[in-house]
Design a binder for this molecule. Sequence first.
Ligand SMILES: *[C@@H]1O[C@H](CO)[C@@H](O)[C@H](O)[C@H]1NC(C)=O
Ligand SMILES: *[C@@H]1O[C@H](CO)[C@@H](O)[C@H](O)[C@H]1NC(C)=O
Length: 566
Amino acid sequence: MHPTTTNEPPQTLLDLITDVLSLLLLSTITVQSFIGRWQVLRTKLTSLQSSLSSLSESPLWSQNPLLHTLLPSLLSTLQRLLALSRQCSSTSSLPGGKLLFQSDLDIASSSLSNHLHDLDLLLRSGVLHHSNAIILSHPGPGSDKEDLVFFIHDLFTRLQVGGVEFKRKALESLLQILNTDKKSASLVVKEGNIGYLTGLLDFNDQPLIREQAVSAVSILAASNDESRKIIFEEGGLGHLLRILETGSMPLKEKAAIAIEAITGDPDNGWAISAYGGVSVLIEACRCGSQATQTHAVGAIRNVAGVEDIKMALAEEGVVPVIIHLIVSGSSAAQEKAANTIAILASSGGYFRDLIIQEKGLQRLMHLIQDLSSSDTIEHVLRAISSLSVSDSTAQVLSSSTALIIHLGEFIKHGNMTLQKISASLLANLSISDRNKRAIASCMGSLVKLMESPKPVGLQEAGALALVSLLTARWNKKELVRDEKSLMKVVQMLDPKYELIDKKFPVMLVNALLSGRSSGCRKRLLDAGACQHLQKLAEMEVSGAKKALQRLSGISLKSMFSRTWRE
Ligand SMILES: *[C@@H]1O[C@H](CO)[C@@H](O)[C@H](O)[C@H]1NC(C)=O
Ligand SMILES: *[C@@H]1O[C@H](CO)[C@@H](O)[C@H](O)[C@H]1NC(C)=O
């Protein structure tokens, strides 16, 4: 047997390989034993022959560094097979016995399959048709797409075909382009092999390669839906959860980022419990670094709506952990934690009781005081609304002056989503007259809300909140004293104003006129509410007759007669 060395020039190696291959092909015809096995091998060898001829036709094949290791090991495998085939050609029995021979043959033939696979990958990648000079310098952010595509092909070929050192360098290059050029991720997904990369998450015997793979997968998962999907389909979620459970701190952070991204696809949520991820995520929220917590709670938020997982989360103790994050997490973690609590609170009494038990209501109310982003406020208010289904909670909320004042502020200054929830919550609570008076200044904003037909339910929430606030006598006077709001209310009564269900402004008139309210009556009459209400009463709008009666009072008859005369 020739000693093989990696120092032979590629052409010499290729010539040697071609020679051994021809001998081997001949030899497979004359074997006396294991004839079936050799037939299978013969097919592989024939296909190797054609791959090698494609290789030699590629203009720049001899420059490719991967061939410096691939060709010598291919040669050695072929030499081994040649020796084995010769043992089968003689009629004498096999020196080491049948079993040993069979095992040797298995090993050699699986090496051959691997080489064949690598060689085909190399041929298909197209890298043998380019000068490899480009590899030495990364294409910069301004380089043209073609260079970048070639770079990615070459990089993934090295990653898949090369040994450890090639893999390490290839991953380094991959991370470099992903980190320097945000747009490169989508090209990497299209031109690279994300499935292979995902497999490296389980590359346990080379920790450095595994770490680099986690970094790359983390960036890719977070950057586009397509790679997120492939990583999931290749089983990446399971590996990532193990890394989140047992990895080093920086690796945990990266794994958490990827897991949050993968669970962001509602189709993937179920898999968290299939991979045993519920307790891993909770533990990461409990003890992880701040960044890990933030992404782990994001993943929990993503899956908290899935029926089975929701239950498992509660059973594994998610509620106190999340409530703790509401108090102590980063602001991003607070937002996701509040969102999670809102999802759980809307899922039924079992979850609401758990939240109340863990002092969730107090923490949520506290969070409103020192806020921050309107996203967080929105989640907090949704959670509080769901909790308010219970009477005792509603009582606590109703008697919190601080909360009522904040709701008034959100109605005045929040965006429409916040305004709507705040108004609806306000309408549902039983608030003292004193607190109603304290937020009288939000009534103008509530009237304004009623002018907006979208989002659905906004007008109703505004009207109901106003009706509640108007039970305080002082607030009635306050509202009719505000010329602008009064004119708006009257305008909404006009049958020609079509953007609102008339029952809402009629409700306001009734609220203004209930109890002792002589000042309001005069102001409404002066503003011209009467003619509109007459028409609305004729149209049988609910509450309009009553409002008309109250407005006209004892002079109902005379008013009709006046209309008659006109
Ligand atoms: C209000 O703000 C929240 C949080 O910033 C946002 O999610 C929502 O889409 C906004 N709604 C409207 C109607 O602008
Ligand atoms: C107010 O109560 C109504 C009726 O019970 C309910 O549908 C609505 O969700 C509640 N609003 C809030 C913000 O809790």
